[in-house]
Design a protein around this ligand. Structure first.
Ligand code: NAD
Length: 277
């Protein structure tokens, strides 16, 4: 069994981006990302901070906007309009989730698709669907990079994805199709989940349930990618996969933490750099 080291691969990507950003600066181009946080949810603050730190490391200018939790949706939409019109801003990110009185879809659709570095705008999702250029959602894009940089062959392989969310499962399926995998998407209504998973050469798990996938779901020598992030009963971080029982069966597997997690920010930074290319 070989570990797919997301920490190492994401560090490589960030170093590559740092060089690109330095070269862009020399040619007079600056990369900038506007990050909007509504309210002060502690988990969101950690994510926002990590994004700012990554920007700083790579040399991307990050602009922070903090909006009060009780602010109106119009106030947020107005800020997005101003940032859309500002040529010095390349990327715009609204940290989710938003307070309940705001409509997430409406807010995402307001961001210019050309600045939607999260890849959530319908225009970018549609572009991915029909094979056109656009921003790709960061977590699934990170999974593709992990597989490619770990020499996992994708073309012609059977990839089973568990989860059909808009930010992970669905774009993941489209990306694996683009890489010529044969793709099966499973979800909460799938019958015979275990039997289907056992046919996977590549099993991608984004189910949102701690340690759900045990060894009896996994074919010998499969590659397993665990997107889940949770805290277990001992307050230790774990994934959707029961690493202890599954890892001895795999040819390659991502750990949690240190697998998919660090790739999401690396791919966000990649989208920011692409926004000026
Ligand atoms: P979600 O809750 O939106 O989607 C979960 C999916 O799993 C759903 O499509 C559902 O149909 C499916 N599902 C639920 N129960 C099932 C069952 N018993 N059998 C089969 N399918 C079932 O979650 P999400 O936003 O896609 O995230 C999934 C996991 O990935 C979560 O643990 C989340 O924290 C994590 N996540 C990690 C990153 C990262 O950067 N590493 C990014 C996003 C999400």
């Amino acid at each position: 069994m070989e570990l797919i080291d997301g920490k190492k691969i994401s560090a490589q990507i960030k170093d590559e981006l740092k060089e690109k950003v330095a070269a862009l600066k020399e040619s007079g181009k600056e990369v900038s990302l506007a990050v909007i946080q509504v309210g002060a949810d502690p988990a969101s603050s950690i994510y926002v901070n990590n994004k700012k730190k990554a920007c700083e490391y790579i040399g991307i200018k990050s602009l922070s906007f903090e909006i009060d939790e009780n602010a109106s949706e119009d106030e947020l939409l107005g800020l997005i309009d101003r940032l859309n019109a500002d040529d010095s801003v390349n990327g715009i990110l609204v940290q989710l989730p938003l307070p309940k009185h705001m409509d997430e879809n409406k807010v995402i659709e307001r961001i210019s698709p050309l600045k939607d570095v999260d890849g959530f705008h319908v225009q970018n999702v549609g572009a991915l669907c029909v094979g056109k250029k656009g921003y790709v959602s960061c977590t699934p894009a990170g999974v593709i990079e992990l597989l490619k940089r770990s020499d996992v062959e994708i073309s012609g392989k059977h990839c089973v994805i568990i989860g059909r969310s808009n930010i992970v499962g669905k774009p993941m399926a489209l990306l694996m199709l683009r890489e010529n995998a044969t793709v099966t998407v499973c979800h909460s209504k799938t019958a015979n989940l275990k039997e289907i998973c056992k046919e996977a050469d590549i099993l991608i798990v984004a189910i949102g349930k701690p340690k759900f996938i045990t060894a009896d779901y996994v074919k010998d020598n499969a590659t397993v990618i665990d997107v889940g992030i949770h805290r277990d009963e001992n307050n230790k971080i774990c994934g959707d996969v029961d690493f202890e029982s599954v890892s001895p069966k795999c040819s390659k597997i991502t750990p949690v933490p240190g697998g998919v997690g660090p790739m999401t920010i690396a791919m966000l930074m990649n989208n920011c750099v692409e926004s000026v290319l």
